[in-house]
Design a protein around this ligand. Structure first.
Ligand SMILES: [Zn+2]
Length: 574
């Protein structure tokens, strides 16, 4: 039994050579932004961060760090941790002192937890400011300082402060400087601790010392950890060669400290997404694999508050998590080790074996990919080399391909996976659309895209047009609020409101048209010849004279209708 980790077992301080230049003004590099939007299943490493963005990307990362709207600030902090030697220290401290984004996504929660650890990696590259900031956080009698302010952003500030203090101890371990180790030894020995921590500081400091020893001992890579890419053999786009469909039930449990636990309803959608990715042949190197994954039982819970296992920092902790027998899949909060240190790992699994661990993601598709990827490791599959592969090491949102060999392992997993797939049908593809029959949402009609706009489980091409369900189908031009993206302007009118008739045809009667209607004299009223209504800006009975318009002062008895009311005003007799 081995681990699977793509990452080399190097802590981030083993990064590239230091540069001394820094961009004068923040500029945003689109390539860096794209890289920071990626999902790195097995975490960020110095090698990966260097190849993706390099130190030249740090100014952009600093801009993204300050942007509360950027959705993957966890990646930003992880990349900074792997690359920076001090230029981003103040930005990290500012992000802790005044958290800008709410912590109600798993990504923001990880970004916050990673910040003290990133300071540790930066300190390990010689930045004294980062080291002093970490020492300040755990000074005897200190109240957490910047961490206390950061914790105010959480639903439970006291609990978040304890978590952040633990991360500060991890940061000191990663820094590895003599002052850092001295401080950890004082705390581990029961020395004066920060006040009001709500944390077993001595125990957490002892764990951090163990981490420091493993990070800085210069040990060779453990040969039990498998690494590197194994390229799958491309096969033509085709149906699975197996005769039956197999379903595998996945049991799961959340660590009690996970702030956004996985729940049954979401996991059902995640595994349905995963099953479609497996069961549809999208590329020439993909088979429509006749397997499904489903939820087995309901959400379990494991771990204890303060056991340190919600944040996995060491291979020993990951072993404990993977071997926890409560369920196959264990949901944790943050992973920094999967048979080797990396930062912000998304998932980790025995390859083969019974045990997988993953964090939450905000995107259903990315969770679907992560769950089937990690279970794929359990069946015995290692990484393969095509960008679209489910077993590709980078979760890019497009991973949906399985080779026949990988598919076969879902049908007949390695014995140590301790999985028992059950037959749920025969493997076929009646309409030849590359989606096997058991999951095809329109069995007899070719619909490789499986679109199901009204989410009724029946594909759009099989849905009878149902006028009145607010979804445009078949020959309908519109249906209720679904106008098919049409607007009055799109139909050639000047403006107004487009709507849908009860028979699902477009209703343009409230679209407005004043094309070319002049206001030649510039008095604010268009010529009454094309726009007779003064209420809509027309009604000018003489568009060549500014003094003649609706509402203009009327001169009596001159034979001219200045106010365009249809007649000259008679003068009163004196
Ligand atoms: Zn993997």
């Amino acid at each position: 039994m081995g681990w699977w980790a793509l990452a080399a077992a190097l802590p981030c301080e083993a990064g590239d050579a230091r540069l001394t230049t820094e961009a004068a003004a923040p500029t945003v590099d689109d390539g860096v932004v794209r890289a920071a939007l990626g999902t790195y299943v097995h975490g960020m490493t110095p090698e990966l961060a260097t190849s993706l963005v390099g130190r030249a990307g740090i100014p952009t990362l600093r801009v993204l760090l300050r942007d509360p709207g950027f959705p993957r600030r966890d990646n930003v902090v992880a990349m900074i941790a792997c690359l920076d030697d001090g230029t981003a220290t103040e930005d990290l401290l500012a992000s802790l002192a005044a958290p800008q984004a709410s912590l109600d996504t798993a990504e923001e929660d990880r970004a916050m937890l990673l910040a003290p650890q990133a300071l540790g990696d930066i300190a390990a590259r010689g930045d004294d400011r980062a080291l002093q900031a970490l020492l300040d956080m755990v000074r005897p009698g200190a109240d957490g300082g910047v961490l206390r302010r950061a914790a105010q952003a959480g639903d439970d500030p006291a609990a978040l402060l304890a978590d952040l203090l633990r991360q500060a101890l991890v940061g000191l371990a990663r820094a590895g400087a003599p002052e850092a180790i001295d401080r950890l030894e004082e705390l581990a020995g029961g020395g004066p601790a920060p006040v009001g921590a709500g944390l077993d500081v001595a125990g957490a400091a002892a764990e951090a010392l163990d981490l420091a020893a493993s990070l800085h001992a210069g040990l060779p890579d453990d040969p039990a950890f498998s690494r590197g890419a194994v390229t799958g053999t491309p096969v033509p786009k085709t149906l699975d060669a197996q005769v039956s469909v197999h379903d595998t039930g996945i049991t799961y449990a959340n660590h009690v400290e996970v702030p956004l636990p996985m729940v049954d309803e979401v996991l059902d959608l995640v595994l349905r997404d995963a099953s479609l990715r497996a069961g549809r042949a999208e590329t020439t190197a993909d088979v429509a694999c006749c397997i499904t994954l489903s939820r087995a039982g309901t959400a379990g819970a494991w771990g204890k508050v303060g056991d340190g296992l919600a944040v996995v920092d060491t291979s020993a902790e990951m072993t404990t998590v993977l071997n926890t027998s409560v369920a196959r899949a264990k949901v944790v909060r943050l992973i920094n080790d999967c048979g080797g240190a990396a930062t912000n790992i998304i998932g980790c699994a025995w390859t083969p074996g019974n045990g997988m661990a993953m964090v939450r993601m905000s995107s259903l598709a990315q969770e679907g990919i992560t769950w089937i990827h990690e279970y794929g490791h359990n069946t015995g599959s290692v990484h393969s080399g095509n960008l679209r592969d489910i077993m590709y090491a980078l979760n890019n949102g497009l991973n949906d391909a399985l080779t026949q060999a990988q598919c076969d392992r879902f049908h007949s997993p390695h014995v140590s996976a301790m999985a028992t797939p059950v037959v749920t049908g025969s493997c076929g593809d009646a309409d030849g659309d590359g989606v096997h029959d058991l999951i095809d949402n329109c069995l007899q009609v070719l619909n490789p895209n499986q679109l199901d706009s009204d989410l009724d489980g029946v594909g759009d091409v099989c849905d009878p047009p149902d006028c009145g369900n607010n979804v445009r189908e078949g020959s309908e031009s519109c249906d209720g609020i679904d106008l098919g993206g049409q607007t009055c302007v799109g139909l050639g009118h000047d403006g107004g409101v487009l709507s849908c008739n009860p028979d699902c045809t477009l209703n343009a009667s409230l679209c407005t048209d004043t094309p070319g209607c002049p206001d030649a004299d510039g008095d604010g009223y268009q010529s009454s010849q094309c726009n007779p209504s003064k209420k809509t800006g027309g009604g000018d009975c003489n568009d060549a004279d500014r003094n003649i318009r609706p509402g203009a002062p009327e001169i009596c008895g001159d034979g001219i209708d200045q106010d365009c009311n249809g007649r000259d005003k008679p003068c009163r007799r004196r």
